[in-house]
Write a protein that binds this ligand. Structure first.
Ligand SMILES: Nc1ncnc2c1ncn2[C@@H]1O[C@H](COP(=O)(O)OP(=O)(O)O)[C@@H](O)[C@H]1O
Ligand SMILES: [Mg+2]
Length: 443
């Protein structure tokens, strides 16, 4: 059946095919700052005589913060169909110059999705009938689901409760399951960076004098890490790879796609660096869009205080996991993160700050008091589930001194097996909870 001549007009294709597809795929024009279409998005291209830049317009930039993915769209008509010229313009000009990873080419006959740096389309779909949007919308949604990243902040307003321990061990467990994981260290104590082997812990241990330690610490001055990532992520030529390091945990992983990378911090992580910056508490969220498709999970280790750096974690995280020791005082401490994140949940239509649950940390099952406290938690926070508990075990402390994941220690020391299993179970518990929340939302 021949298409009606309206499809020869690009503007018609844009409204009736592209915009309909986005809406049906659950990407509305605007959603609480979480989703945004930028039509006629301008991109600077250098002039051929090298005397500056000219601006080119691409039909759309779509920013989907609910999945941490952004992409460009170029619309073609039935008359001016997708061809190699259009593919070149999209990939080598627009994606390259805008530093955006994904680009979509669409005409009334097909849709092609490109990733910068790859010659073949990452996904392609034949459109049987451009009047029937549903299959096309499903195709786009499925694609976005494959490149999306899940972000989880490990947070509570108390120190020493096991935030960092959870972060690094969950990262390893997720990587064991074949996930690419990024750990973001927001704490200026940088324990996660040290444990994950990117902060010269071995050298510091081996140092024989104070001067030597100072020299090692001074070397972070030159390194591009968290604070520079937050400051520089809005720049045009921003390359996230410069700030991200491979964790020493990767040496323990079998080669099954999984890996742990780190966006490390150090004493340089100070919130005053962001004071002069507009929307300085949303920089991490912005920066994470740039690494779309690179990671399956991003785990954010947070400090126990509420400063601008901590807020960066809360605004970037879809999900929050709250570790708590089973003491009366700690139980009241849980209120803080729940209250502080409430507004974020409301403002973002629950795209951010969803509390996955409370992890009872360092429990000691033999005592009656733990049971009383567990009952108290359940009574006070009835809508927030208790996740798999992690018992107190000296092996966790040992593993953290050795800078190995507890599960690697447990392969050598059988008595570490108990807590290692609990951390593996907890990680699965968390993934299952996210799966079920997302399937309820219909994604
Ligand atoms: N389940 C556990 N059993 C024993 N010690 C633990 C356990 N979890 C954490 N620890 C230890 O408690 C200390 C504080 O943990 P950490 O993860 O650094 O807490 P936070 O990041 O909340 O300050 C560390 O020395 C860590 O090794
Ligand atoms: Mg910590």
């Amino acid at each position: 059946m021949p298409l009606s001549s309206q499809w020869d007009i690009e503007a018609y294709v844009s409204v009736h095919l592209v915009q309909e597809m986005l809406i049906k795929a659950g990407i509305p024009k605007r959603l609480g700052g979480m989703i945004c279409w930028h039509p006629e998005f301008r991109i600077k291209v250098p002039k051929i005589d090298g005397t500056g830049f000219t601006e080119k317009k691409v039909d759309f930039l779509i920013e989907d913060h609910t999945r941490h993915v952004s992409f460009l769209i170029e619309v073609k008509s039935a008359k001016q169909r997708i061809n190699d010229e259009a593919r070149f313009q999209l990939v080598e000009k627009y994606l390259y110059r805008s530093n955006i990873k994904f680009g979509v080419l669409i005409d009334p006959f097909s849709i092609e999705i490109y990733e910068y740096g790859q010659s073949k389309p990452k996904a392609r779909f034949e459109i049987e009938d451009p009047n029937h949007i549903e299959p096309l919308a499903t195709f786009l949604k499925t694609f976005l689901e494959t490149v999306k990243m899940r972000t989880i902040a490990i947070h509570t307003s108390k120190g020493g409760v096991g935030k960092t321990t959870l972060t690094i061990n969950m990262a390893y467990e997720l990587a064991k399951q074949g996930n690419k994981v990024l750990v973001v260290d927001l704490d200026d104590q940088a324990n996660a960076s040290l444990s994950l082997g990117v902060n010269k812990a071995d050298e510091i241990d081996a140092a024989s004098s104070l001067e030597e330690v100072e020299r090692i610490l001074d070397s972070f001055e030159e390194r591009q890490e968290l604070v520079e990532f937050l400051l520089e992520c809005v720049e045009k030529d921003f390359d996230y790879r410069k700030y991200i390091h491979s964790s020493s945990f990767n040496t323990y992983l079998e080669n099954r796609d999984g890996k742990v990378d780190v966006l490390p911090g150090s004493y340089k992580t100070k919130s005053h660096s962001l004071e002069e910056v507009a929307s300085g508490e949303k920089r991490l969220d912005k920066g994470l869009l740039k690494l779309a498709g690179e990671y399956d999970y991003c785990l954010i280790d947070t400090p126990p205080t509420y400063n601008r750096i901590t807020w960066n974690g809360i605004f970037a995280a879809q999900y929050i996991v709250i570790p708590s020791q089973m003491e009366y005082l700690s139980v009241y401490g849980i209120r803080n993160p729940i209250r502080k994140t409430r507004e974020v949940r409301e403002d973002t239509g629950e795209a951010r700050g969803i509390i996955l649950g409370i992890v009872p940390m360092m429990t000691d099952n033999t005592t009656k008091i733990v049971k009383t406290i567990l009952a108290l938690v359940e009574k006070n926070f009835p809508n927030i589930p208790l996740l798999t508990k992690v018992e107190r075990a000296t092996d966790i402390r040992e593993a953290s001194y050795q800078r190995v994941p507890i599960s690697v220690r447990a392969e050598h020391t059988s008595k570490a097996g108990g807590v290692a299993k609990q951390l593996a179970d907890l990680t699965r518990d968390i993934v299952e909870r996210i799966d079920s929340l997302e399937s309820e939302k219909g994604v």
